[in-house]
Ligand binder design. Structure first.
Ligand code: GLN
Ligand code: ZN
Length: 761
């Protein structure tokens, strides 16, 4: 079985690419310096993959910023505002597309839009097609990398987005059907494949859109597209790769195509194996994505070998390839760097480097006589031991947590009183003016805050001194809010580096890596917490700070929590139980925190759920159930609150149209949402549905340094008041303010409070 990978993390174990990119952005590193770092990382990662036992190494997966941006440039898809280009663009133009900035004539040009890559936490840049877009091939960069690999003695497999995924993920002006661009794009692809065929034997075209619901015309375009591409690439072999789900519903797109191989994700969707195998043309091999490229756990070798066996019975052993399920981009690089991790937990994990070795191990173990090889037998035994220890560990199976889960009753999902009565009782306690003003939680994370946190973590600042620092910071934030005249105050979150990590660190069942970085976009990486076991809350997580803050003001203080869907969505989660079970455990922990905050005297509590929507399944038919379950967990986390306690939630994105009913079903008393950039247009979705509770549409775009004027925010509020009754309207920014400075925040909030006053009058 030929072994390969679909892509490798780009950053480097020491995040060398991040460092080099940021140095380049700051003018401390020149273009050749950046390219040298990039080439060194490619070479290191190819070597690592080959040494781990992969037969083919990917070329084209590396990017200085994003692979969709690279594909756009490969085919000359550059929006007009960035100037027309012939041939390769220089680094300045490349990063202008990625990040915006001034062009050669000094004019400010905006970047391409960025959006989430399927249901991962990676963001890609959205290619922008023009009406009548033409495609000009600029293959130099890619060909250079192929030659780099060949010269260094590797067997490269070029990895590219497939044309239908590329078109579908891009955006075109209103009224332009992207599919009309396909013939021109296909010519460019065909020319490219012909060039590549001179340099390498394998070309992988990624079509992850095949796991989604496809418009008919896109689905119908697959067979002809791939017949054409396969012919253009001859004698090189074309592999069509899919991942993140099953393609069983789109089998017609690929059935019988003359591909050299089809790759499917059997970590996410093992059930598709037999169906897909039956649909293959006799000359097509199946690439089995058995090692999960999206998570950090060891493969279950016994289960994977059973699937290989099944595939071999369908297709014969010679028609199989083996790989991780998807690109390893979504996974940290090397477990060997995790010297601080608890040894037992560590023995359950595999990062990108280990996953390449797992692919090798499975291939060896499936080969005739493989299990008799002492090294293979030994490695399989180690794999079995790790899984046994994981399955039986008292850390993954906590009896008390399980008992609590099974004791959940239907009543626990419902607030004691319906919203209209709650609203009356809350108003009696809170006594808020119409259109109350508030903020979303965080205030500027100043250099002082960051430095204090660093010194505390390194031990240079004692816990007492750090606590004293936080309390001073909090007092300052409260004084500022009172001076601004805000109605519902927040403590400002100075103690939180990250809204998920903070809670993960305070819950049992989570652990943290030292170097488990995963690229989020460009040079930005995140280090997700690892959820390994049953979740419980050893003690209150936020009460001390909330109570201190509340004691400093007469105004209502808003307790601030992160919701179960967001904690789950931004962590590596366990694969030994359904995600829903983990989320329910988190919901119970948050429920206890809500109860504790309430008992400590907090009358307003916000539970943020910015990840609720992005965690939705890739196929529409699965949404209702997924939403219902996520909403249930929010309700479980909050319904413990008394009718007098006002529950807020917050979400920061602008696409609500299709999920307003679910949002209403969360039954939060107040929801704050991002709305300023859509100029309140999205509120029509809430109006059409007749959203029954209170809403705070964002008035201030916190992503921009621009300060909106009083008049501007007044207009936005008045526009909102047309569709949402004024007595259910709040005034707040789009999101937390932690990335802004105090002068910006003070100016914007001064205007916001004044705008609310005017609208009130
Ligand atoms: N309470 C968080 C904050 O203000 C919310 C952040 C978010 O929605 N992403 O920072
Ligand atoms: Zn937000």
């Amino acid at each position: 079985m030929v072994t390969h990978s679909l892509g490798f993390p780009r950053m480097g174990l020491g995040r060398e690419l991040k460092t080099a990119l940021e140095a380049f952005f700051n003018g401390r590193l020149d273009g050749p310096g950046l390219e040298t770092t990039a080439a060194a990382l490619r070479l290191r990662h190819w070597t690592l993959q080959r040494d781990a036992g992969l037969d083919l190494v990917p070329v084209g997966d590396f990017s200085l910023y994003d692979h969709l941006l690279d594909a756009a440039l490969l085919f000359g898809v550059v929006p007009e505002r960035h100037g027309t280009t012939d041939g390769p663009v220089d680094l300045a133009a490349y990063f202008r597309l990625a990040r915006g900035g001034r062009d050669a004539r000094g004019a400010e040009v905006t970047a391409l839009e960025m959006t989430k890559w399927f249901d991962t936490n990676y963001h890609y840049l959205v290619p922008e097609f023009a009406a009548g877009q033409t495609f000009r091939l600029a293959p130099e960069r890619l060909l250079g990398q192929v030659r780099e690999a060949v010269t260094a003695g590797f067997a490269p497999k070029v990895v590219l987005p497939g044309p239908l995924t590329f078109l579908t993920l891009g955006k075109a002006p209103d009224g332009v059907d992207r599919l009309t661009l396909l013939p021109g794009l296909l010519d460019a692809y065909a020319a490219l494949l012909a060039l590549l065929a001179r340099e390498c034997t394998w070309i992988e075209l990624d079509e992850p859109i095949l796991v989604q619901d496809l418009p008919r015309d896109v689905a119908q375009a697959f067979p002809d597209t791939y017949r054409k591409l396969v012919a253009a690439a001859a004698p090189a072999k074309v592999m069509l790769a899919t991942y993140f789900g099953s393609i069983a519903h789109n089998l017609d797109c690929v059935a019988g195509l003359p591909l050299a191989a089809l790759h499917v994700d059997l970590a996410r969707a093992p059930e598709q194996l037999a169906l897909v195998a039956k649909a293959l043309a006799p000359e097509t091999a199946l690439s089995l994505g058995l090692v999960d490229g999206r998570n950090i756990w060891r493969v279950d070798a016994a289960a994977a070998l059973a699937r290989i066996d099944l595939a071999a019975r369908h297709l014969g052993p010679d028609r199989l390839l083996l790989a991780p399920s998807c690109s390893l981009l979504h996974c940290p690089i090397d477990l060997a760097a995790e010297t601080d991790l608890d040894p037992e937990l560590r023995s359950w994990m595999a990062f990108a480097a280990q996953k390449c070795r797992e692919v090798r191990l499975l291939a060896d173990a499936a080969a005739p006589g493989g299990p008799d090889r002492p090294d293979v037998a030994e490695a399989l035994a180690a794999n079995r031991r790790a899984w046994e220890s994981r399955r039986q560990s008292p850390r993954t199976q906590v009896a008390a947590v399980r008992a609590r889960l099974s004791a959940i009753t239907p009543a626990m999902f419902n607030r004691a009183r319906p919203y209209p009565e709650r609203a009356r009782r809350q108003q009696a306690v809170l006594n808020l003016p119409p259109i109350p003003t508030t903020t979303i939680g965080s205030f500027p994370q100043t250099p002082e805050i960051r430095s204090a946190r660093r010194r505390f973590k390194s031990g240079a600042l004692s816990p007492d001194a750090y606590d004293a620092f936080l309390k001073t910071t909090l007092a300052d934030a409260i004084a500022r809010q009172e001076a601004l005249g805000l109605d519902v105050l927040v403590h400002g979150e100075p103690e939180r580096n990250d809204m998920v990590e903070y809670f993960g660190e305070r819950l049992d069942g989570f652990c943290f890596t030292q170097n488990g970085w995963v690229q989020s976009y460009g040079s930005r990486c995140v280090k997700p917490p690892v959820l390994y076991g049953d979740v419980s809350r050893p003690g209150p997580m936020t009460v001390d700070m909330a109570v201190s803050a509340a004691s400093l003001t007469e105004k209502p203080m808003k307790g601030m929590l992160t919701g179960p869907a967001t904690i789950l969505g931004w962590s590596f989660v366990r694969d030994d139980q359904p995600r829903e079970v983990s989320r329910r455990q988190i919901a119970l922990a948050i429920r206890d925190e809500v109860a504790d905050l309430e008992a400590a005297g907090l009358r307003v509590i916000q539970i943020d759920e910015p990840a609720l929507r992005e965690g939705l399944p890739l196929r529409r038919k699965d949404w209702d159930l997924a939403l219902a379950l996520a909403v249930d967990d929010f309700r479980l986390a909050t319904a413990v609150a008394k009718p007098e306690t006002q529950i807020h939630t917050h979400m920061c994105y602008a696409e609500f149209n299709d999920i307003v009913p679910a949002i209403a079903a969360m039954d939060a008393d107040v929801i704050s949402i991002e709305a300023s950039r859509s100029r309140m247009e999205l509120l029509t979705a809430f109006a059409d549905f007749a959203y029954p509770n209170e809403i705070g549409p964002g008035l201030y775009d916190i992503h921009s340094p621009r300060i909106p004027s009083v008049e501007e925010m007044e207009t936005l509020l008045l526009r909102a008041a047309v569709v949402i009754p004024a007595e259910r309207l709040w005034a707040n920014p789009d999101c937390g303010l932690k990335t802004r400075t105090w002068p910006e925040v003070t100016a914007a909030l001064t205007n916001m409070v004044e705008a609310a006053r005017r609208v009130r009058r």
